[in-house]
Structure formats: C-alpha cells, structure tokens
Design a protein around this ligand. Structure first.
Ligand code: FAD
Length: 553
C-alpha cells in the first residue's frame, strides 16, 4: 500500500503533538510540518517566565527541535515556511519559503490545520510605535528583551488583565520594572466570576503593581526620551518604556476561509468531535477551532494548551482510522499572580446565565491542609451546581496553596458529569501536610449536599446586597463570638453568638426569614440547623464573612 502524505500547518502545540502521535500510529506515512516562525514545538506558556527571568536558558523553551523530529520521528519540518493557500479540489497547498521567497506546491492526502490564534491588536492610533509588543512567539520575547535592554526600560504598561496580562505584569515586576496594568472591564481575569478575583487586587497592590480597572486604552503617542504615552478613555495617561498588549486572541482562520471550510458561529474553524473540518480530508485542532462546551453544549473558543494537545492526539488517531472522539472543552485553567493561585473549570455564573441554565452556588473557605500543621492556607472555593440533581457545572478557586489540586479534581468531576454528592464521597490523599481527612472537596460536597437534601436553605451575599440596596435587608444574625463580630460587624446585622442562640430564641422573629452568617459558613450552618428544628424559617449565607469581603469590590 502506498504511504499517505500528511501535511501539517503550524508546528507548535497542536501541530507538533499531532505529528508525533501520527508517527506512532503510522510508521509509513510521509509527514511534513510547515511552520511560519523559526521555532517548532516551543513552550508558549513559558514565555512570560522567560521575560521575567525564572526561565533563564532560551533553549529550555524548545521542547523539541526540527533535528529531533527528523531523527527520532522521521518527520520533516520546514521552519520559516508559510502556507499561503489550499486547493481542496487538487489537494495541494501553496507554500512560501520565507528565507528565499520561492513558492512551491505540495500535495496531500490528509491536511491538518493547527495555525493557532492571533493576538488581538485593535487599530488604535500609534499602535505600531516601537516598544509596543504582543507575546505569542519566542521571537516576540526576544524582541521584548532586546528592547528593554536597549532602552534600559524601567516603566512597563500592560494592557489587558487576562491571564497573559497578569503573568506579564508579574514577570516585569520580578524583573524590576515599575508596572502599570490597565483593564477596560471592572475586574481582572474576566473568565472568573468577579468576587473570586477580589484577592488579586490586594496581591497586586502588595507587590507594587499599579492596577487601573475601567481604563480603556484609546491610543499611543511618542513621548519624551523615546517613551510611549499611553492614552486612556478616562483621560488618564501613562508613560512607558515598553507596552505589552494582552487583549486576548482570535482564531487564525485565514487559510480555512480562503479554501471555503465552514466557520463556526464564534469565528473558529468548525470541526466534528474527531476534529474533522467540513472537508473530510482536512482536520483542524487547537486555538483555531471552535469546540463544544462540556457543560453548556454550546460552541466555545477555548485557546488553551491542554485542549490543543488532546485534540491533536484525537485528530491523529482519527486520521489513522481509530474511533477516537473529543469530549469537548471545559476551560480548565490556572494562573499564578505572585503568591496567589487562581483556577477554574467548567462554567461561570455569567456563562450559565447566558445559556439559560439554572444553578445554585456555594462558597467554602477551607484550609488547604490540616489546620494544625504549620503553613495551612485557606482556599476560597466556589461551586456551581444544578439545583435538581446536583450535577457540578463549574468550579473556581483562589488561594496561596493547594488551589490547582482541588480544581483538577473538580475538572475531572465536571467532565464525568459527577454530582456534589460524589464530592462528599471522594476519597482523596490525606496526611497533615497535604490535606485534611475532610478535604476542601469533601467539605464543598457536604455544603452543597446539605442544601439539596433540604437540611439548610442557602443564601448568598450578592442577593443580600441587592436586597439591602432596596431597603429590604433580610433579618440577619451574625453568630460569631462577640469580640470577633464587633471587630468586623456588617451594618444591618445583629450579633447572637452560637453559644447563646438557644437561650435567645425569643429575640428572633417567627414571621419572617432569618439569615445567619459567621466567619466562613460553618458555625452559621450549626445555627441554621438549631433554628430550623425550632421552627424558624432560616437561610445560611454561604461562605460567611470571608465571602462578604470578596463581594466588596
Ligand atoms: P500555536 O501553539 O500558537 O501554534 C500555531 C503555529 O502555527 C504558530 O507557530 C504559527 O506561526 C503557525 N502558523 C500559523 N499560520 C501558519 C501558516 N499559514 N503557515 C505556517 N505556519 C503557520 N495555555 C495554557 O493552557 N496554559 C498556559 O499557561 C498558557 N500560557 C500561555 C502564555 C502565552 C504567552 C501564550 C501566547 C499562550 C499561552 N497559552 C497557555 C495558550 C497556548 O499556548 C495555546 O493554547 C496553544 O499553544 C495553542 O496551540 P496551537 O497549536 O493551536 O497554536
């Protein structure tokens, strides 16, 4: 049987992974990768840390070289080669050698598109001034390093406070630059619910990063001494030696559009669950494709390395005739912001509201390992779940330790359609320095399970604040010890410490709902159980005072 010719466009996460898997599945196929840039298979996720100096050796970012691909996998790599067009009828592509300018045609039996996504760069005045960069490739970071060294830069402005913007802000700061971070929206990390990113504001301020929310960049001007004036919509201007644009990315669908492949409703290449495009001979993976959201079932663009790598493996298997299927993406992501970690998986409240999916939510603030063992840190964890059957719809967490481990557990639970009752039963690692006999995951399951079993009615501060603003503040009892409550009393609440509750029931109304709260939601749960069994209508405010603080922004 003649060997197949498989051509791949793009040689980083999706393209390189797919090529390597293809070789393992088909020893005889001819496999070529065409990559516009100078490097293949480099670690884009490490780029901010190379700028910051945590990764010092550039070579460390090259996961595999063209020589390794040739020697080990018998895969031919053409770097500095850009694929210009696809002729689907003739099954050929047109490729330009960017060093010589020559253009060749290459035929394929199967074509895989892994062109990634391009950083968003709006057409602002002055955007092409020297010193303004986006970070996508190793060469981009080389340019940033050269520029900072050349101008002996001390001031950086980062535009956009998504995860790449936050990582760049941290890494510039670690490098000793003064950093201003500008964000158009009223929160950082828009892929998380606003209250869950509240600890980031203190952390950025503690580390000296000057964050400005609701600050949209409208243009750039040359300033004195080759500095850049960054202009914003609220009239405030900032001066910078170097500017990083981190406004997110959009799928690179130029080739797909040129050859008439179907594009999805969100602008990514449309693929089936085997990563096949509307042309059965062409597959596509990674940031360029539109996938199905695991939770909502709706189309989604999820530009992350994990999905790109998994899709690449599935595309390779499908190309080789295996019955492999992509389960969809759920946006599992983690970001470090100095000493904080934020992570998420599944849907946020915003996404569920948009998809018209009913949900209940809980907050917990458990210690990441046994509280008696030195170094215990609280993890603020939010879980969104279906009110009818308890299916977990989304999870977000923030803290200083143990955040990624919990979200990883929840990510698997979400993918498998598990419920909050499964979290109650999860058997997880425990020794004092690693976890607790009741892990934060179990605790979250208990809290949500208690609600679904009707043991306690839930409430949350976001609703409390809406009611308070309408002068309808619920009758709210703070059951923390007197001294603690006095130090951080919430206006409109009364304090009855848990130990006094049974003897002071006559102070409580029987004709209206009582909302109870404490430090993190556990003592108030005990209070809610007492009151319920004494015939009161009661709700427990999830997450207690710790959640109240997070809702303050
Ligand atoms: P890419 O890896 O971008 O590769 C696409 C390649 O195709 C590019 O090299 C491009 O030059 C080439 N190409 C495009 N068009 C052509 C053409 N016509 N001809 C030839 N070649 C072409 N994800 C995470 O999950 N965690 C992280 O911590 C994380 N950090 C990141 C940090 C940064 C700074 C960046 C930029 C991304 C980060 N990501 C992270 C995202 C992750 O890198 C991407 O999701 C992943 O690389 C997507 O893989 P891909 O193969 O689709 O695209």
């Amino acid at each position: 049987m003649a060997s197949r010719r498989i051509l791949i466009v793009g040689g980083v996460a999706g393209g390189a992974s797919c090529a390597a898997r293809l070789r393992r599945m088909d020893e005889f196929a001819e496999i070529f990768i065409f990559e516009r840039g100078s490097d293949v298979s480099f670690a884009n996720c490490g780029l901010p840390y190379y700028v910051g100096g945590a990764i010092q050796d550039r070579q460390q970012l090259l996961v595999a070289t063209p020589e390794r691909f040739r020697d080990i996998f018998h895969i031919e790599i053409r770097t500095r080669h850009e694929v210009l067009s696809i002729d689907r009828a003739k099954k050929t592509i047109e490729v330009q050698n960017l060093q010589t300018g020559s253009v060749n045609k290459e035929s394929y039996d199967v074509l895989l598109l892994a062109p990634g996504a391009a950083p968003i760069r709006p057409p602002l005045s002055g955007i092409d001034l020297p010193g303004i960069f986006s970070i996508r490739t190793l060469e981009d970071t080389d340019h940033v390093q050269t520029w900072i060294n050349h101008c002996k830069g001390v001031k950086a402005v980062v535009v956009g406070a998504g995860y790449i913007g936050l990582e760049m802000a941290e890494n510039f700061s670690r490098r000793g630059l003064e950093v201003t971070l500008l964000e158009r929206l009223d929160q950082v990390m828009p892929l998380m619910d606003p209250e869950m990113v509240e600890p980031v504001y203190q952390e950025l301020s503690r580390q000296g990063v000057d964050l400005h929310l609701r600050s949209e960049v409208t243009g750039f001007e040359s300033g004195i001494n080759n500095m850049i004036n960054v202009l914003t919509s609220n009239g405030q201007n900032y001066v910078a030696d170097v500017v990083i644009f981190a406004l997110g990315v959009k799928p690179d669908v130029r080739l797909a559009q040129q050859c008439g492949l179907e594009i999805g409703s969100l602008g990514g290449i449309r693929v089936d669950d085997q990563m096949r495009t509307s042309d059965p001979s062409i597959f596509a993976v990674g940031d360029a494709v539109e996938v199905q959201d695991v939770v909502t079932g709706l189309p989604a663009l999820i530009p992350l390395a994990g999905p790109a790598n998994r899709q690449a493996r599935i595309a390779a298997d499908a190309i080789c005739g295996r019955d492999a299927h992509f389960r969809g993406s759920q946006g599992t992501a983690v970001v470090g912001v100095f000493d904080l970690t934020l992570a998420r998986s599944g849907a946020t409240e915003k996404v569920l509201q948009h998809a018209n999916i009913k949900y209940e939510k809980i907050y917990t603030h458990s210690f990441h390992h046994a509280s008696y063992y030195p170094g215990a840190e609280r993890i603020s964890l939010k879980i969104l779940f279906a009110p009818d059957n308890g299916r977990i719809l989304g999870a977000q967490a923030v803290g200083r330790s143990g955040v990624d481990k919990r979200i990883d557990v929840l990510a698997m639970a979400i993918q498998k359609g598990a419920t909050v009752f499964d979290l109650e039963e999860a058997e997880l690692c425990y020794a004092p320095q690693y976890g607790s006999a009741k892990d934060p995951i179990n605790i979250a399951g208990f809290v949500a399970g208690n609600i679904l079993r009707g043991d306690v009615a839930p409430a949350n501060w976001s609703l409390w604040k809406v009611l308070a603003a309408e002068n309808k503040t619920p009758f709210t009892v703070d059951v923390r010890p007197r001294l603690v409550a006095a130090r951080s009393a919430i206006p409109g609440t009364i304090n009855i410490p848990l130990g006094e509750l049974r003897s002071r029931l006559n102070e409580l109304p029987r004709d209206k709902e009582i909302w109870v709260h404490c430090g993190v939601g556990q003592t108030s749960y005990f209070a809610a159980r007492i009151l319920k069994q004494h015939g009161f209508k009661v709700r427990n405010i999830s997450g207690g005072f710790a959640s109240y603080k997070m809702e303050e922004m």
